[in-house]
Design a protein around this ligand. Structure first.
Ligand code: DOR
Ligand code: ZN
Ligand code: ZN
Length: 423
């Protein structure tokens, strides 16, 4: 089947893109022969977004999100590939659990890869899973702080995992807030309120954890990917480490880029996330780090919980909120505000992710690459309404925000899907 997309605004100007089955067959100015033609009408066509940080849930937490709702949320957010985090129930820490996850992820249209979760006991199992060279493993995830369902890793275990990752040329992704530091601050600050979340989970904890793993990766030489960098100080550490080590990569989330802690007075626990929303000065440092190339990728850290859970008091409400359906509108809005270029968005949301995590033939619009394409109207104005999300988590700290830029259509492996809000 040959589908010709006519009048596509690309980074190289107005082009026609020919899709042959699941791949891009041609991109240029000719009217190649086709079975079907779609006039894109000059809308922007960018590579399908690859989100390297998603908590899909499902299995024993399907009330929060399942693969179906998560895929729909991704697709309607313009995202064609997601990397699923391992802190699920059961956790992705052995082959049996990985296979359960593979099965439940099943036939969802989206491309999916899974992180393996490191525990203090499962180095052998991780090695066993990697030794089969599976194409659907994104890398290994390490938490230096506890969430509801993961181990906090001991230092020698982190080193062991780094060695294994190096042997199999896999990325180690790290949540760097240090549990011992979080415990210290929890004892120190008596007033446990959402407004104090950024003090309680103090920036010192993320900074110290980031420093720890940067030093270890420098010793061992594995690929290290720092998740959701949130502070100016981490940016400085990472920028410095990158001058000595080309295997260091890092991610920023839209919420750490565009929101600061002052919004918590308005949105309460809907803005409770780890690491916490920081300060305006951090937002500015992160944007600067995007411009100068210190930040490599944007990950949503889509972390759905039920509304009932989020409505509990601060101490009980779980951390995390959905992000799949807001990431691209927020970035396009930033393009319209002159804060970021479309070239940079493509680099951060697809090209760099495919390169760092070794995804063959994805992350670019080029003949021979998979036809993962996101079509956007950069000029459409609308208001973010979380009640219309496809995710089961229908709340967001971005709720009610006016944005300019909307996802219209997506192709995943050549299959066309129209993007719509739910009603
Ligand atoms: O806020 C967060 N939520 N941070 C994490 O590291 C985990 C995540 C979750 O799984 O809910
Ligand atoms: Zn995290
Ligand atoms: Zn996460």
């Amino acid at each position: 089947m040959k589908t010709l997309l006519k009048n596509c605004q690309t980074l190289n100007g107005l082009k026609n893109i020919l899709i042959i089955d699941d791949k891009i067959g041609y991109i240029g100015n000719e009217l190649a022969s086709y079975d079907k033609i779609i006039d894109i009408g000059g809308l922007w066509v960018i590579p399908g977004i690859i989100d390297p940080h998603v908590h899909v849930r499902d299995l024993q937490q399907s009330e929060k999100e399942d693969w179906n709702s998560c895929s729909n949320a991704a697709i309607n957010g313009g995202i064609s590939t997601i990397f699923d985090m391992p802190n699920t129930i059961p956790a992705t820490t052995n082959l049996a659990n990985l296979n359960l996850k593979r099965k439940v992820a099943g036939k969802t249209l989206i491309n999916k890869l899974f992180y393996l979760g490191a525990t203090n006991q499962n180095a052998n199992e991780i090695e066993e899973m990697l030794s089969e060279n599976p194409h659907d493993i994104a890398g290994i995830k390490i938490f230096l702080a506890g969430t509801s369902s993961n181990d906090v890793l001991e230092k020698n275990k982190i080193e062991e995992i780094f060695e294994i990752a190096k042997k199999y040329d896999k990325v180690v992704a790290v949540h760097t807030e240090l549990q011992s530091c979080l415990d210290k601050w929890r004892d120190k600050i008596s007033e446990k309120t959402i407004q104090n979340h950024n003090i309680l989970r103090n920036r010192e904890c993320a900074i110290n954890g980031t420093k720890l793993v940067l030093d270890m990766a420098q010793e061992i030489g594995n690929k290290l990917y720092i998740c959701h960098v949130s502070t100016l100080e981490e940016i400085e550490l990472i920028a410095d480490a990158k001058t000595k080590n080309t295997n260091i990569f890092c991610e920023v989330t839209p919420h750490h880029l565009f929101l600061d802690e002052t919004i918590l007075a308005k949105c309460g626990n809907f803005g409770k996330i780890n690491p916490p929303l920081r300060t305006r000065a951090d937002n500015i440092a992160l944007m600067k780090a995007i411009e100068n190339g210190t930040i490599d990728t944007i990950g949503t850290d889509h972390a759905p919980h039920t509304l009932a859970e989020k409505k509990q008091i601060y101490a009980k409400a779980p951390s995390g909120f959905p992000g799949l359906e807001t990431v691209l509108p927020l970035l396009l809005n930033a393009v319209n505000n002159g804060k970021i270029s479309i070239e940079k968005i493509v680099e951060l949301t697809s090209f760099n992710v495919a390169k760092i995590f070794n995804l063959p033939n994805r992350g670019k619009i080029e003949a021979g690459y998979f036809a993962d394409l996101t079509i956007i109207d950069i000029a459409e104005k609308w208001e973010i309404d979380s009640l219309k999300f496809h995710s089961k988590a229908k709340y967001s700290p971005f709720d009610g925000m006016d944005v300019c830029g909307k996802v219209k259509l997506i192709f995943v492996n050549g299959k066309k899907i129209y993007c719509r809000e739910r009603r």
